[in-house]
Write a protein that binds this ligand. Structure first.
Ligand SMILES: Nc1ncnc2c1ncn2[C@@H]1O[C@H](COP(=O)(O)OP(=O)(O)OP(=O)(O)O)[C@@H](O)[C@H]1O
Ligand SMILES: [Mg+2]
Length: 243
C-alpha cells in the first residue's frame, strides 16, 4: 500500500506522522520503504537515527521531480508498504503522489488559517480522482490542544465538512511532548520512553485508519461531521481568509 503524508502548509506534522507510521509498520513485521520527498531530509534523518538502534529498520530514500512517481511505481511492488513524506506546498510532486497513492493523510492544525488551506487540497484530490478513483484522502487534526475547554478542534472539524473530497479522520492527535521527542531519536512514539499512553493510543488509531482496508461499501471508518450552524459551505478557491 502507498500511503503519503502531504499538505500545502509547512510544519503541520507531516514528517512526524509519516515516520511514526513507518516505524510502527516496520515493528509490525512489514517491509517498509520511506520515501523522503522533501529536500529538508528530515525523514531521512529519522531513518538514519533508527538504523543506529536495535529496532526494525525502515529503508529510506530521497526522490523528487520526475524520479518520484517513477520510483513509487517501480519500488512499491518490492515492499509491503511505501510511506511518502512530501514537502509542503502545492507542487508537481504533490500532484504526482496523489495520482499513485492508495491513501493520503493531510495533517492540519486546528486553526482557521490552517484549515483554510484544505480548499486547494480538496481540488487537487478531486483532480487526482480522475486517474486514481480509489484514492482516500484523510484530514488529520494534529497538535490539537489537550485542554478540554478548547473549541478550536470542534470548529475546525465543522469547517472541514465543506471539503467534498476529503474525509476527516476520527482521531485527533493532540500536542504531546512524547510525539515531539520521539522523532529526533528515530523512534515512533510507541517506542519512546517515558511512555505516553495517550499519545501512543492516538497514533495507534491513526495507524488503523492509514492501513485499514477499505470496506466494499466504502463505509465510513472515518466521519465527516455536519457543518456548524451558519456555515454555508460556499468557498471560492482563493479568497480572503475567514474572519
Ligand atoms: N502532535 C504533536 N505534538 C507535539 N509536537 C508535534 C506534534 N506534531 C508535530 N510536532 C512538532 O511540530 C514540528 C513540526 O513537525 P514536522 O516537522 O513533522 O512538520 P512538517 O509538516 O513535516 O514540517 P515541514 O513542512 O517543514 O516539512 C516539529 O517540531 C514536531 O516535533
Ligand atoms: Mg517535514
Amino acid at each position: 500500500m502507498i500511503v503519503a503524508v502531504l499538505g500545502e502548509k509547512g510544519g503541520t506534522g507531516k514528517t512526524t506522522l509519516a515516520t511514526n507510521l513507518a516505524g510502527m509498520r516496520a515493528t509490525a513485521g512489514r517491509q517498509v520503504l520511506l520515501v523522503d520527498a522533501d529536500r529538508q531530509g528530515s525523514a531521512s534523518y529519522w531513518a538514519a537515527k533508527r538504523r543506529a538502534t536495535t529496532l526494525p529498520a525502515v529503508a529510506c530514500l530521497q526522490k523528487f521531480g520526475r524520479a518520484l512517481p517513477r520510483a513509487l511505481r517501480e519500488l512499491a511492488p518490492r515492499y509491503d508498504d511505501v510511506m511518502v513524506d512530501v514537502a509542503a506546498g502545492d507542487s508537481q510532486d504533490l500532484e504526482e503522489v496523489l495520482r499513485v497513492a492508495d491513501r493520503v493523510l493531510l495533517p492540519v492544525q486546528p486553526a482557521g488559517l490552517d484549515v483554510w488551506t484544505l480548499g486547494l487540497l480538496d481540488e487537487r484530490v478531486a483532480e487526482a480522482h480522475g486517474v486514481n478513483p480509489t484514492l482516500v484522502a484523510l484530514v488529520v487534526l494534529n497538535r490539537a490542544s489537550s485542554n478540554p475547554r478548547d473549541r478550536d478542534t470542534h470548529d475546525a472539524q465543522a469547517a472541514m465538512a465543506a471539503c467534498a473530497h476529503l474525509r476527516v479522520a476520527a482521531v485527533v492527535i493532540r500536542e504531546r511532548v512524547a510525539i515531539k521527542r520521539a522523532t529526533p531519536g528515530g523512534l515512533s512514539v510507541k517506542e519512546y520512553t517515558p511512555r505516553d499512553a495517550k499519545a501512543a493510543a492516538e497514533l495507534a488509531q491513526l495507524y488503523q485508519l492509514a492501513f485499514a482496508e477499505e470496506r466494499a461499501d466504502h463505509g465510513r471508518s472515518t466521519r465527516n461531521p455536519r457543518p456548524a450552524r451558519g456555515y454555508t459551505g460556499q468557498r471560492p478557491r482563493r479568497a480572503a481568509p475567514p474572519q
